[in-house]
Design a binder for this molecule. Structure first.
Ligand code: FAD
Length: 464
């Protein structure tokens, strides 16, 4: 960017929302990429040249138009809680911090939350609950994370045991994007069309509105159960996950010593035991607790669901927060994102433990992927060398454990790339100059040489 570019930004944004201070630009150019020792090495020196903070769609549109005209890379940031450096600008340029576009526009009578891109998931949960609804699924970062960041970068979380991943069951009702063109178009994608932009890491459209389907509100309770062995804990969790008679939002289990890293919980965490965390319908708590002792366990903690921001929740130690607590204790730890087989999980876990022992610690999140209860896993693993990490990933593949690799910084390598190329075609249409989050969709540049899409001809096929 030239001095003239910096000057030009002041034509459509006040100076206090054009951030050039190196420390602040660096802070806002970061996410949780450092979970991965590989990404830490690769991305530590990457940052934007300037950060802008639009407060209106007019300002956002003007910035996009200018960047298009000058071919300046654009990277979008919600709250910057993403993993894998999704919102780290690898080619400099402008980072658009969308945090100020955070309104919840409406909770409709039939349970759809209509939101600006940076509405926080915690705020949506609070507003939804006031209207008799709640989020179907949300990441453990819900207090800070933005709804568009979740759609562009996340996959599921608390609630996924009942509602599946974010991409399932019509949970994302519609996404409205702005394209990066000479005249940015506003396009509403609904139904199957959402997959063009969902989990595309902000590479192929600027999400300006999200419509999320909600679930009817439930009063939840929190329960922690200790078991003398991980096998027993897993049996108990799996039985609960499979039992449709229980209404649940969270079914998580950890191998010891993972619970020893949950510093704020040490008052009651039983030493040396496997630990399971549950969010269960409050009126079913008693029934569930009665089954704990016959299942070989012991109730370690019970609490009401204390709602957003009123003190720590058990969910603050689940999903990728588990890795955070582990990393705080021991920086040589990192993680993988695995899918175990619903029918062979016990055998697969035994194989992994036999091969890697204490370097591969089990953390299971039971989820319902495509309608099937599945042991998702975010194992806490010890990093020693790239080769050892690669060996773990490869061995998972050999025994039928899928891995969405969190140690790569491009979409195709991260495990959720769809072979039908619809995200890539969408990028050709919505970001023809390839300015959005450059480098994160690796196939884009090569695809243009092979088979450029005529954006103008194909465009009417999209949205409504
Ligand atoms: C401790 C911890 C726990 C986590 N737990 C979970 C979990 O349980 N489940 C889960 O799915 N994820 C989890 N994550 C990852 C992350 O927190 C979530 O995916 C979160 O929803 C991201 O939201 P964000 O606003 O921080 O997005 P950001 O990090 O700001 O952005 C994420 C991606 O979205 C893009 N983006 C942001 N805004 C827009 C926009 N308006 N239009 C287009 N693209 C945009 C960015 O460019 C980037 O590629 C966790 C991360 C951490 C650090």
């Amino acid at each position: 960017m030239t001095n003239a570019d910096f000057q030009a930004l002041t034509e459509f944004l006040p100076a206090d929302r054009i951030i050039t201070s190196p420390a602040e630009v660096e802070r806002l150019s970061r996410d949780f990429y450092w979970y991965s020792p590989i990404l830490k090495r690769e991305l530590d020196d990457k940052r934007a040249e300037v950060v802008i903070q639009p407060k209106s769609q007019m300002e956002l549109r003007a910035a996009i138009q200018y960047a298009y005209h000058r071919k300046i890379p654009l990277t979008l940031r919600g709250a910057g809680t993403g993993n894998y450096g999704q919102s780290i600008p690898t080619d400099g340029g402008i980072l658009i911090d969308l945090a100020a576009l955070d309104s919840i526009l409406e909770i409709t009578g039939d349970g759809i939350a209509v939101c600006e891109p940076a509405a926080r998931l915690g705020a949506i949960e609070t507003a939804a609950r006031q209207s008799g609804w709640e989020l179907r699924c949300y990441p453990s970062t819900y207090v800070k994370a933005s709804v568009a960041g979740f759609c562009a970068g996340g996959s599921g979380g608390i609630g996924s045991i009942s509602w599946g991943g974010l991409r399932e069951n019509g949970t994302v009702h519609a996404l409205t994007i702005l394209t990066v063109e000479e005249q940015p178009r506003e396009i509403r994608l609904a139904g199957h069309d959402i997959y063009k932009v969902l989990h595309a890491w902000g590479t192929n459209g600027v999400i300006i509105r999200v419509e999320l389907r909600l679930a009817p509100k439930t009063d939840w309770a929190q329960l922690a159960v200790a078991h003398p062995s991980f096998d027993k804990a897993f049996d108990f969790c799996e039985a609960l996950a499979l039992n449709e008679g229980f209404k649940k939002r969270l079914v998580t289990c950890f191998e010891w010593p993972i619970p020893s890293w949950f510093t704020p919980l040490q008052k009651w965490v039983p030493k040396g035991q496997a630990l399971s965390f549950f969010e269960i319908a409050d009126d079913q708590l008693e029934r569930l607790t009665h089954s704990v002792t016959p299942g070989g366990g012991e109730v370690a903690f019970v609490a009401p669901y204390s709602a957003v921001r009123r003190g720590p929740q058990l969910s603050d130690f689940t999903w990728n927060h588990t890795t955070l607590w582990a990393l705080k204790s021991d920086p040589t730890l990192t993680y993988l994102q695995c899918g175990l087989s619903p029918t062979r999980a016990r055998e697969q876990m035994r194989q992994l433990k036999q091969r890697f022992g204490a370097d591969f610690l089990m953390h299971i999140e039971l989820v319902k992927w495509d309608g099937i209860v599945t042991p998702g896993s975010l194992p806490v693993i010890r990093y020693s060398t790239d080769e050892r990490l690669q060996e773990m990933i490869q061995y998972c593949g050999e025994i039928g454990v899928s891995v969405a690799n969190p140690h790569v910084n491009f979409l195709e390598g991260s495990g959720r790339w769809r072979p039908d190329d619809e995200k890539l075609v969408a990028k050709q249409l919505f970001d023809p100059r390839g300015l959005l989050n450059p480098g994160k969709m690796r196939g884009f540049a090569a695809s243009l040489e092979k088979a450029p899409v005529n954006a103008l001809e194909a465009a009417p096929a999209y949205g409504d």
